[in-house]
Design a protein. Sequence first.
Length: 313
Amino acid sequence: MSEGLVLGGTNNLFEVETDDGSVRLCAIKGKVLKDVEGYYNPLAAGDRVVYEGDPLDAGRGMILSLVPRANHFVRWNQKGKAPQLLAANLDLIAVVTTPDEPPFRPRFVDRALIQADAEHIRPLVLVNKCDLGCDGDVLDRLSDWERIGYETLQVSAKTGEGMDELASILAGKLTAFVGQSGVGKSSLLNALDSRLGLRTSALSEKFGRGTHTTTKGMLFHLPAREGERPASIIDTPGVRRFVLHDIEAKDLALYFREMEPLIGSCSWGLSCSHLHEPGCKILEAVYAGVIHEERYESWQRIREELETGRLAD
Ligand SMILES: Nc1nc2c(ncn2[C@@H]2O[C@H](COP(=O)(O)OP(=O)(O)O)[C@@H](O)[C@H]2O)c(=O)[nH]1
Ligand SMILES: [Mg+2]
Ligand SMILES: [Zn+2]
Protein backbone atom coordinates (compact mmCIF):
# COMPACT_ATOMS: atom_id res chain seq x y z
CA MET A 1 0.00 0.00 0.00
CA SER A 2 1.27 3.46 -0.87
CA GLU A 3 0.02 6.99 -1.18
CA GLY A 4 -0.59 8.68 -4.49
CA LEU A 5 -1.94 11.88 -6.00
CA VAL A 6 -5.14 11.93 -8.07
CA LEU A 7 -4.45 13.72 -11.35
CA GLY A 8 -7.90 13.27 -12.80
CA GLY A 9 -10.48 10.71 -13.75
CA THR A 10 -14.03 9.89 -14.65
CA ASN A 11 -16.46 7.00 -14.36
CA ASN A 12 -14.72 5.80 -11.20
CA LEU A 13 -11.41 5.27 -12.96
CA PHE A 14 -8.77 7.65 -11.69
CA GLU A 15 -5.26 8.50 -12.76
CA VAL A 16 -3.12 8.21 -9.67
CA GLU A 17 0.44 9.52 -9.70
CA THR A 18 2.78 7.40 -7.65
CA ASP A 19 5.83 8.55 -5.71
CA ASP A 20 8.18 7.61 -8.55
CA GLY A 21 6.17 9.84 -10.92
CA SER A 22 4.51 7.05 -12.88
CA VAL A 23 0.74 6.99 -13.31
CA ARG A 24 -1.57 4.12 -12.47
CA LEU A 25 -5.17 3.85 -13.58
CA CYS A 26 -7.09 2.96 -10.43
CA ALA A 27 -10.65 1.98 -9.65
CA ILE A 28 -12.13 2.49 -6.21
CA LYS A 29 -12.25 -0.72 -4.24
CA GLY A 30 -15.76 -1.49 -3.07
CA LYS A 31 -17.41 1.18 -1.01
CA VAL A 32 -14.41 2.31 0.98
CA LEU A 33 -14.91 5.99 0.29
CA LYS A 34 -17.93 6.42 2.56
CA ASP A 35 -17.04 9.98 3.57
CA VAL A 36 -17.62 11.19 0.03
CA GLU A 37 -21.07 9.67 -0.43
CA GLY A 38 -23.64 12.10 -1.76
CA TYR A 39 -21.15 13.87 -3.97
CA TYR A 40 -21.49 14.03 -7.73
CA ASN A 41 -17.94 12.64 -7.96
CA PRO A 42 -16.10 10.77 -5.18
CA LEU A 43 -12.61 12.11 -5.88
CA ALA A 44 -11.13 15.17 -7.50
CA ALA A 45 -7.79 16.18 -8.93
CA GLY A 46 -5.51 17.08 -6.02
CA ASP A 47 -6.82 14.35 -3.74
CA ARG A 48 -4.31 12.08 -2.04
CA VAL A 49 -5.30 8.43 -1.82
CA VAL A 50 -3.96 5.18 -0.47
CA TYR A 51 -3.78 2.64 -3.27
CA GLU A 52 -2.68 -0.91 -3.83
CA GLY A 53 -0.73 -1.58 -7.02
CA ASP A 54 -1.79 -4.42 -9.29
CA PRO A 55 1.05 -6.95 -8.95
CA LEU A 56 0.53 -8.09 -12.55
CA ASP A 57 0.13 -4.67 -14.16
CA ALA A 58 2.35 -1.67 -13.34
CA GLY A 59 -0.22 0.62 -14.93
CA ARG A 60 -3.13 -0.44 -12.74
CA GLY A 61 -4.20 -0.35 -9.14
CA MET A 62 -7.03 -0.07 -6.62
CA ILE A 63 -7.87 2.94 -4.46
CA LEU A 64 -8.39 1.83 -0.87
CA SER A 65 -8.98 5.08 0.97
CA LEU A 66 -8.87 8.85 0.85
CA VAL A 67 -6.26 10.78 2.82
CA PRO A 68 -8.17 13.51 4.72
CA ARG A 69 -8.34 16.68 2.64
CA ALA A 70 -6.84 19.98 3.75
CA ASN A 71 -9.66 21.63 1.79
CA HIS A 72 -11.82 21.08 -1.24
CA PHE A 73 -13.36 23.36 -3.79
CA VAL A 74 -16.95 22.48 -4.53
CA ARG A 75 -19.78 23.91 -6.51
CA TRP A 76 -23.39 22.85 -6.58
CA ASN A 77 -24.05 20.84 -9.72
CA GLN A 78 -27.54 21.83 -10.72
CA LYS A 79 -27.98 19.11 -13.32
CA GLY A 80 -26.69 16.32 -11.10
CA LYS A 81 -28.45 17.80 -8.03
CA ALA A 82 -25.35 17.15 -5.95
CA PRO A 83 -22.23 18.97 -4.86
CA GLN A 84 -19.45 18.55 -7.40
CA LEU A 85 -15.82 18.44 -6.29
CA LEU A 86 -13.74 20.57 -8.60
CA ALA A 87 -10.37 20.17 -6.88
CA ALA A 88 -8.80 19.34 -3.51
CA ASN A 89 -5.87 20.35 -1.30
CA LEU A 90 -5.41 23.72 -2.97
CA ASP A 91 -3.06 26.56 -2.08
CA LEU A 92 -4.69 28.99 -4.50
CA ILE A 93 -7.79 29.38 -6.62
CA ALA A 94 -7.35 31.46 -9.75
CA VAL A 95 -10.79 32.68 -10.77
CA VAL A 96 -10.29 33.24 -14.47
CA THR A 97 -12.37 35.89 -16.19
CA THR A 98 -12.14 38.04 -19.30
CA PRO A 99 -13.00 41.63 -20.27
CA ASP A 100 -14.71 40.22 -23.36
CA GLU A 101 -15.20 37.02 -25.44
CA PRO A 102 -16.98 35.75 -23.34
CA PRO A 103 -18.33 38.91 -21.72
CA PHE A 104 -17.06 39.99 -18.30
CA ARG A 105 -19.07 38.19 -15.61
CA PRO A 106 -18.35 39.86 -12.24
CA ARG A 107 -21.06 37.87 -10.51
CA PHE A 108 -19.43 34.61 -11.46
CA VAL A 109 -16.25 35.96 -9.89
CA ASP A 110 -18.09 37.08 -6.74
CA ARG A 111 -19.55 33.61 -6.31
CA ALA A 112 -16.23 31.85 -6.76
CA LEU A 113 -14.54 34.26 -4.33
CA ILE A 114 -17.17 33.52 -1.71
CA GLN A 115 -16.77 29.77 -2.12
CA ALA A 116 -12.98 30.14 -1.88
CA ASP A 117 -13.26 32.24 1.29
CA ALA A 118 -15.69 29.72 2.77
CA GLU A 119 -13.04 27.03 2.27
CA HIS A 120 -10.22 29.32 3.48
CA ILE A 121 -8.41 28.98 0.16
CA ARG A 122 -6.54 32.03 -1.11
CA PRO A 123 -8.25 33.39 -4.23
CA LEU A 124 -6.81 35.38 -7.14
CA VAL A 125 -8.94 37.22 -9.69
CA LEU A 126 -7.15 36.45 -12.93
CA VAL A 127 -8.24 38.51 -15.92
CA ASN A 128 -7.10 36.84 -19.12
CA LYS A 129 -7.32 38.31 -22.65
CA CYS A 130 -6.23 41.73 -21.42
CA ASP A 131 -4.96 42.26 -24.98
CA LEU A 132 -8.64 42.86 -25.83
CA GLY A 133 -8.57 45.91 -23.53
CA CYS A 134 -10.25 46.38 -20.16
CA ASP A 135 -12.94 49.05 -20.21
CA GLY A 136 -13.91 51.28 -17.29
CA ASP A 137 -16.45 48.86 -15.84
CA VAL A 138 -13.94 46.05 -15.66
CA LEU A 139 -11.22 48.26 -14.14
CA ASP A 140 -13.74 49.63 -11.65
CA ARG A 141 -14.62 46.14 -10.42
CA LEU A 142 -10.97 45.10 -10.31
CA SER A 143 -10.04 48.06 -8.15
CA ASP A 144 -12.99 47.34 -5.87
CA TRP A 145 -11.93 43.71 -5.41
CA GLU A 146 -8.42 44.99 -4.63
CA ARG A 147 -9.84 47.53 -2.19
CA ILE A 148 -11.69 44.85 -0.21
CA GLY A 149 -8.60 42.66 -0.03
CA TYR A 150 -8.56 40.37 -3.07
CA GLU A 151 -5.55 39.98 -5.31
CA THR A 152 -6.08 40.64 -9.01
CA LEU A 153 -3.84 40.19 -12.01
CA GLN A 154 -4.30 41.04 -15.69
CA VAL A 155 -2.65 38.72 -18.18
CA SER A 156 -2.82 37.63 -21.79
CA ALA A 157 -2.12 34.05 -22.77
CA LYS A 158 -1.93 35.36 -26.33
CA THR A 159 0.65 38.16 -25.97
CA GLY A 160 2.37 36.88 -22.82
CA GLU A 161 1.64 40.06 -20.90
CA GLY A 162 1.64 39.46 -17.14
CA MET A 163 2.55 35.79 -17.58
CA ASP A 164 5.88 36.10 -15.75
CA GLU A 165 4.18 37.55 -12.73
CA LEU A 166 1.53 34.83 -12.89
CA ALA A 167 4.22 32.13 -13.07
CA SER A 168 5.88 33.58 -9.97
CA ILE A 169 2.62 33.59 -8.04
CA LEU A 170 1.94 29.96 -9.03
CA ALA A 171 5.44 28.70 -8.13
CA GLY A 172 5.47 26.14 -5.33
CA LYS A 173 1.66 25.97 -5.12
CA LEU A 174 -1.22 23.76 -6.18
CA THR A 175 -3.64 26.08 -7.96
CA ALA A 176 -7.03 25.46 -9.55
CA PHE A 177 -8.08 27.47 -12.58
CA VAL A 178 -11.81 28.05 -12.28
CA GLY A 179 -13.85 29.85 -14.88
CA GLN A 180 -16.43 29.67 -17.59
CA SER A 181 -15.70 27.78 -20.74
CA GLY A 182 -13.81 29.98 -23.19
CA VAL A 183 -12.01 32.32 -20.78
CA GLY A 184 -8.73 30.69 -21.76
CA LYS A 185 -7.84 28.28 -18.96
CA SER A 186 -6.24 25.76 -21.32
CA SER A 187 -4.54 28.56 -23.26
CA LEU A 188 -3.01 29.89 -20.02
CA LEU A 189 -1.67 26.43 -19.24
CA ASN A 190 -0.19 26.12 -22.73
CA ALA A 191 1.43 29.55 -22.31
CA LEU A 192 2.93 28.47 -18.98
CA ASP A 193 4.24 25.20 -20.41
CA SER A 194 4.49 24.93 -24.18
CA ARG A 195 4.95 21.15 -23.96
CA LEU A 196 1.38 20.61 -22.76
CA GLY A 197 -0.30 21.23 -26.10
CA LEU A 198 -3.80 21.23 -24.61
CA ARG A 199 -6.79 21.53 -26.89
CA THR A 200 -8.24 25.02 -27.00
CA SER A 201 -11.23 26.12 -28.98
CA ALA A 202 -12.85 29.29 -30.18
CA LEU A 203 -16.06 30.40 -28.51
CA SER A 204 -18.06 29.68 -31.64
CA GLU A 205 -16.95 26.05 -31.44
CA LYS A 206 -17.49 25.65 -27.71
CA PHE A 207 -21.12 24.78 -27.88
CA GLY A 208 -21.12 23.09 -31.24
CA ARG A 209 -21.23 19.39 -31.97
CA GLY A 210 -18.25 17.17 -31.52
CA THR A 211 -16.16 19.74 -29.69
CA HIS A 212 -13.69 18.44 -27.23
CA THR A 213 -13.16 20.70 -24.25
CA THR A 214 -12.32 19.88 -20.67
CA THR A 215 -15.14 18.00 -18.98
CA LYS A 216 -13.16 16.81 -15.99
CA GLY A 217 -10.50 18.29 -13.76
CA MET A 218 -6.91 17.48 -14.62
CA LEU A 219 -3.74 18.19 -12.68
CA PHE A 220 -0.54 19.24 -14.46
CA HIS A 221 2.93 19.71 -13.04
CA LEU A 222 4.74 22.61 -14.66
CA PRO A 223 8.52 22.63 -14.97
CA ALA A 224 10.30 24.71 -12.33
CA ARG A 225 11.52 28.09 -13.50
CA GLU A 226 14.96 29.26 -12.52
CA GLY A 227 15.18 29.94 -8.80
CA GLU A 228 11.54 28.96 -8.26
CA ARG A 229 9.78 25.85 -7.04
CA PRO A 230 7.62 23.99 -9.58
CA ALA A 231 3.94 24.81 -9.85
CA SER A 232 1.02 22.40 -10.19
CA ILE A 233 -2.21 23.48 -11.82
CA ILE A 234 -5.64 21.89 -11.97
CA ASP A 235 -7.61 22.78 -15.09
CA THR A 236 -11.18 22.43 -13.84
CA PRO A 237 -14.15 21.79 -16.12
CA GLY A 238 -15.58 24.98 -17.56
CA VAL A 239 -18.59 25.84 -15.45
CA ARG A 240 -21.30 27.87 -17.08
CA ARG A 241 -22.71 29.08 -13.81
CA PHE A 242 -21.32 28.88 -10.35
CA VAL A 243 -23.84 27.91 -7.68
CA LEU A 244 -22.69 28.11 -4.07
CA HIS A 245 -22.56 25.04 -1.90
CA ASP A 246 -22.95 24.71 1.86
CA ILE A 247 -23.56 28.39 2.55
CA GLU A 248 -26.85 29.53 4.07
CA ALA A 249 -28.69 32.63 2.91
CA LYS A 250 -28.65 34.14 6.38
CA ASP A 251 -24.87 33.76 6.62
CA LEU A 252 -24.05 35.03 3.15
CA ALA A 253 -23.05 38.56 4.22
CA LEU A 254 -20.32 37.02 6.40
CA TYR A 255 -18.59 36.00 3.19
CA PHE A 256 -18.65 39.49 1.71
CA ARG A 257 -15.44 40.87 3.14
CA GLU A 258 -16.66 44.48 3.14
CA MET A 259 -20.01 43.60 4.77
CA GLU A 260 -18.76 41.24 7.44
CA PRO A 261 -17.44 43.91 9.86
CA LEU A 262 -20.83 45.70 9.80
CA ILE A 263 -22.94 42.68 10.69
CA GLY A 264 -24.68 43.07 14.02
CA SER A 265 -24.33 46.85 14.06
CA CYS A 266 -27.65 47.58 12.30
CA SER A 267 -30.41 49.11 14.46
CA TRP A 268 -32.34 45.86 14.16
CA GLY A 269 -29.26 43.90 15.10
CA LEU A 270 -28.89 40.42 13.73
CA SER A 271 -32.52 40.29 12.61
CA CYS A 272 -31.89 43.03 10.03
CA SER A 273 -32.46 41.77 6.48
CA HIS A 274 -30.30 44.63 5.08
CA LEU A 275 -32.98 45.19 2.45
CA HIS A 276 -35.08 48.11 3.73
CA GLU A 277 -34.72 48.62 7.49
CA PRO A 278 -34.01 52.08 8.86
CA GLY A 279 -30.68 52.24 10.63
CA CYS A 280 -29.26 49.44 8.47
CA LYS A 281 -25.49 49.88 8.43
CA ILE A 282 -25.11 47.81 5.28
CA LEU A 283 -27.53 50.02 3.33
CA GLU A 284 -25.81 53.12 4.74
CA ALA A 285 -22.49 51.73 3.56
CA VAL A 286 -23.92 51.15 0.08
CA TYR A 287 -25.15 54.77 -0.07
CA ALA A 288 -21.78 55.98 1.23
CA GLY A 289 -19.93 53.94 -1.41
CA VAL A 290 -18.16 51.77 1.16
CA ILE A 291 -19.94 48.78 -0.34
CA HIS A 292 -19.95 48.85 -4.15
CA GLU A 293 -23.49 48.82 -5.55
CA GLU A 294 -22.59 45.90 -7.78
CA ARG A 295 -21.40 43.88 -4.81
CA TYR A 296 -24.59 44.67 -2.94
CA GLU A 297 -26.53 43.52 -5.97
CA SER A 298 -24.46 40.32 -6.11
CA TRP A 299 -25.27 39.72 -2.47
CA GLN A 300 -29.01 40.28 -3.06
CA ARG A 301 -29.14 37.92 -6.01
CA ILE A 302 -27.12 35.18 -4.42
CA ARG A 303 -29.08 35.46 -1.20
CA GLU A 304 -32.35 35.08 -3.09
CA GLU A 305 -30.93 32.14 -4.98
CA LEU A 306 -29.87 30.42 -1.75
CA GLU A 307 -33.21 31.17 -0.12
CA THR A 308 -35.49 30.04 -2.94
CA GLY A 309 -33.30 27.49 -4.67
CA ARG A 310 -34.13 29.21 -7.93
CA LEU A 311 -31.21 30.40 -9.99
CA ALA A 312 -30.91 34.10 -10.71
CA ASP A 313 -28.55 35.85 -13.11
N1 LIG B 1 -7.50 37.50 -27.54
C1 LIG B 1 -7.18 36.47 -26.74
N2 LIG B 1 -7.75 35.25 -26.94
C2 LIG B 1 -7.41 34.24 -26.11
C3 LIG B 1 -6.50 34.43 -25.03
N3 LIG B 1 -6.41 33.25 -24.35
C4 LIG B 1 -7.21 32.38 -24.99
N4 LIG B 1 -7.82 32.97 -26.05
C5 LIG B 1 -8.76 32.31 -27.00
O1 LIG B 1 -9.95 32.00 -26.29
C6 LIG B 1 -10.54 30.79 -26.80
C7 LIG B 1 -10.84 29.83 -25.67
O2 LIG B 1 -9.63 29.40 -25.06
P1 LIG B 1 -9.52 28.05 -24.22
O3 LIG B 1 -8.12 28.01 -23.69
O4 LIG B 1 -9.99 26.89 -25.01
O5 LIG B 1 -10.54 28.36 -23.03
P2 LIG B 1 -11.03 27.39 -21.83
O6 LIG B 1 -12.37 26.85 -22.27
O7 LIG B 1 -11.17 28.26 -20.63
O8 LIG B 1 -10.00 26.33 -21.65
C8 LIG B 1 -9.55 30.25 -27.82
O9 LIG B 1 -10.00 30.60 -29.10
C9 LIG B 1 -8.26 30.97 -27.49
O10 LIG B 1 -7.43 31.13 -28.63
C10 LIG B 1 -5.91 35.74 -24.85
O11 LIG B 1 -5.13 36.02 -23.95
N5 LIG B 1 -6.31 36.72 -25.73
MG1 LIG C 1 -10.12 24.28 -21.65
ZN1 LIG D 1 -28.86 45.77 8.06
